[in-house]
Design a protein around this ligand. Structure first.
Ligand code: GUN
Ligand code: ZN
Length: 434
């Protein structure tokens, strides 16, 4: 039984495009129809056909706007909403001067709930329907995050950061506490609603060898879970990790030795690799999660997508709020594009939209449920208006092809282009009290 019908231009990806003209990589329906079943999944998607719409089901008509699978942000810090735009010379100064101060406030459950509510409102405003978030060290922050995700029926991933050294006392757990709190949170939240728990050792600097060892135990006990961390983001960070783990010739080698590298590992930033680390990334099947606005803002470096592709390394693209400077995945993709320009690479706009949807879904291992407009997937959708502001409307007068429209959305677009965000078939953006 259909609970909703949605009409508009539909774009969905089958695979990563080989280039701008790879029309076999996606399906595009000029006048499309999506029928949503009572569970929020897509019952039908294809060419508009009024006879398919059951009696009594109203149609949300979004023509001439474009409908894609909802955007997916595979690396974001929900506890850093009030850190965004903090003036610092580099990553380590930024962490010590602002981030490690701000995250202390999440020992207060009320603060966590207030920020979680603002955070989810913002994701919806930006067309992001799934994210993988780092919470703070406090279990209360994870409770706030997943409780809010369940209220909105969103497919959200995340976990408590484990950190037991090189940070203020108030943010330290211990190897044992990190293990126990993570285990309890997994039992409490993983698989509840659409929630996925992510094992989250912050990075090797703030995790002692004992903590990385218990992280391995957690992994072995929960082989189906994702793991997220940071690596090779900044030259000083790499140097410090090397000083704290002097037996390891490479930063990535630390994680590999503790059994933390595999196809479910989301390696945030992944900018400055030594040749052997490229081999480790490829052989393990880990995902390099690039965070372009953050890397530019903190002066961390330029991610080389062509190098990753040449080496058979999986890539994903994320905001990294609050090192990142925009919640918008469109703005993020614009900066990712510019970074590839500086690296002498090419990134066509069709591939960009694959990253934003099916590509990032595959990175999270969630491709069975999200990332495509297809029968059986959740109706997590974004409606994109390429004429949302006068400057875009005037440019659109000269746009003839889908690829040009996508490129314009990426280059000039932001939350103003998000005409609607659907979560499991329910319109969420129009329901926000702005
Ligand atoms: N490395 C360790 N923690 C963080 C963080 O919060 N943000 C960024 N950008 N890098 C990190
Ligand atoms: Zn991060």
């Amino acid at each position: 039984m259909s609970s909703r019908a949605i009409r508009g231009r539909l774009l969905s990806f089958r695979q990563r495009p080989a280039g701008r003209d790879d029309i076999g990589a996606y399906s595009y329906v000029e006048d499309g129809l999506i029928l949503v079943d009572a569970d929020g999944r897509i019952a039908f998607s294809g060419t508009y056909d009024a006879s398919k719409i059951p009696a009594g089901v109203a149609v949300d008509d979004h023509r001439p706007n474009l409908i894609c699978a909802g955007f997916i942000d595979p690396h974001i810090h929900f506890v850093q909403m009030q850190v965004v735009g903090s003036y610092a010379a580099n990553l380590l100064e930024w962490l010590n001067s602002y981030t490690f101060i701000e995250e202390q406030r999440f020992s207060d459950p009320e603060h966590g709930s207030r920020i979680a509510s603002a955070f989810f409102d913002e994701l919806i405003r930006q067309g992001t329907t799934t994210a993988s978030a780092f919470c703070s060290v406090h279990p209360e922050s994870v409770d706030a995050y997943f409780a809010e995700a369940m209220k909105r029926n969103m497919a959200m991933a995340g976990g408590k950061v484990m950190m037991d050294r090189e940070c203020p006392e108030e943010l330290r757990d211990s190897a044992e506490r990190g293990y126990e709190e993570s285990s309890d949170l997994i039992a409490k939240w993983h698989g509840k609603g659409r929630n996925s728990y992510v094992i989250s050792p912050r990075f090797a600097i703030t995790s002692s060898p004992a903590q990385l060892a218990v992280t391995r135990v957690l992994r072995d006990e929960h082989p189906d879970l994702l793991l997220q961390t940071h690596v090779n983001e900044n030259r000083d960070e790499i140097k410090k990790a090397g000083e704290l783990y002097p037996d390891y010739p490479t930063y990535l080698g630390i994680y590999a030795d503790y059994g933390l590298l595999g196809p479910k590992s989301l390696m945030g930033h992944s900018i400055h690799y030594k040749p052997h680390e490229l081999d480790m990334m490829r052989e393990s099947g880990a995902v390099a999660v690039s965070c372009p606005t953050s890397n530019l803002f903190l002066g961390s470096g330029l991610y080389d997508l062509a190098q990753a592709d040449r080496n058979g390394i999986r890539s994903a693209v994320a905001t990294d709020i609050g090192g990142g400077t925009s919640y918008s995945m469109l703005r993020t993709m614009d900066e990712f594009y510019k970074v590839q320009q500086l690296k002498g690479g090419r990134l066509d706009p069709v591939s960009s939209f694959w990253f934003l949807t099916a590509g990032n879904a595959e990175a999270l291992g969630m491709e069975a449920d999200i990332g495509r407009i297809e029968a059986g997937k959740f109706a997590d959708l974004v409606v994109l208006d390429a004429r949302a502001v006068p400057s875009m409307a005037i440019k659109m007068e000269r746009v003839e092809r889908l690829e040009e429209e996508l490129f314009m959305l990426q280059t000039l677009g932001d939350d103003r282009c998000i005409a609607e965000t659907y979560v499991a078939g329910v319109p969420m953006k129009s329901a926000l009290s702005l």
